[in-house]
Design a protein around this ligand. Structure first.
Ligand code: GLP
Length: 250
């Protein structure tokens, strides 16, 4: 368990912070980084994210793939999280999101794509198996992240410590409220999720976090220009040696 005090005086890496003018520019840059990773290492392990932020990035990746600029046939992927209780056929599940917005549109082998199983009968075992999978993959080459309004990454919610392992989390009321826009009503938003922990995220060789909108400005400032604290989960990324943040206010 990493507490606040332990990291008070720790070394911090420099955040490569790129401010762009609009969402399209953000998506182009993020897609270019991901595709460059795949071109340089065709069998890359990509850590992928859901939410509205990566939608543009995925669209640009699909375009590049269609033009034959990049080949995903040897790529494998490991997604960050999944709602507990939603299976892949549920259109609000993150497996469904990934299949619809990316996997079925590019030449990735779907058998090599991984999303936690939120319907596993033994969720603890599922979490342990997920961490083993990350390790056996040889580690994530590039981890794509969005950020929640409360600073969560994956579904690592604000807490008094950073949780290392993949785990089951109770979603914050603010996250439930924010994600309700995708569901018929707030009552339909699952209350729990399985999320990769900070260990999996921080062990990625490169991290790319994307955020857009004025409503994310405050949390971006806190996370990357404020103190490192588990109350702002994304702030741990300041300790990552290869972090790029792309932010657009518009
Ligand atoms: C969800 C996901 C996160 C994502 C966050 C922000 O809670 N679990 O991985 O970063 O939403 O989403 P958005 O990009 O829609 O603001």
């Amino acid at each position: 368990m990493i507490t606040k005090d332990m990291i008070k005086h720790t070394w911090r890496a420099k955040v490569n912070f790129i401010k762009v003018n609009n969402y399209d520019e953000l998506s182009c840059k993020a897609a270019a980084m991901i595709c460059a990773q795949v071109v340089l290492k065709p069998n890359s392990v990509l850590g992928l994210a859901t939410g509205s932020s990566p939608l543009g990035t995925y669209e640009k990746i699909v375009e590049k793939c269609e033009k034959g600029e990049v080949d995903f046939s040897k790529v494998s992927s490991i997604n960050l999280d999944e709602y507990v209780g939603l299976d892949g056929s549920n259109d609000q599940s993150y497996r469904y999101f990934m299949n619809t917005n990316l996997f079925t549109k590019i030449n990735i082998d779907v058998a090599k794509t991984n999303v936690p199983n939120g319907c596993a009968t033994d969720l603890q075992k599922e979490c342990e198996a997920y961490d083993a999978l990350i390790e056996q993959s040889g580690g994530i080459d590039l981890q794509l992240l969005g950020i929640g309004l409360d600073g969560h990454i994956g579904f690592n919610e604000p807490d008094s410590y950073f949780e290392k392992a993949t785990h089951v989390v109770e979603l914050d009321p603010s996250t439930i409220e924010a994600n309700a826009r995708f569901f018929a009503s707030e009552a339909d938003v699952p209350r729990k999720a399985v999320t990769m922990g900070m260990g999996g995220i921080m062990s990625a060789k490169k991290v790319l976090l994307i955020a857009n909108g004025k409503n994310k400005k405050e949390i971006i400032e806190k996370a990357f220009f404020g103190p490192i604290t588990p109350e702002v989960p994304a702030s741990i990324l300041q300790l990552h040696p290869d972090l790029t943040v792309i932010y657009s206010e518009n």
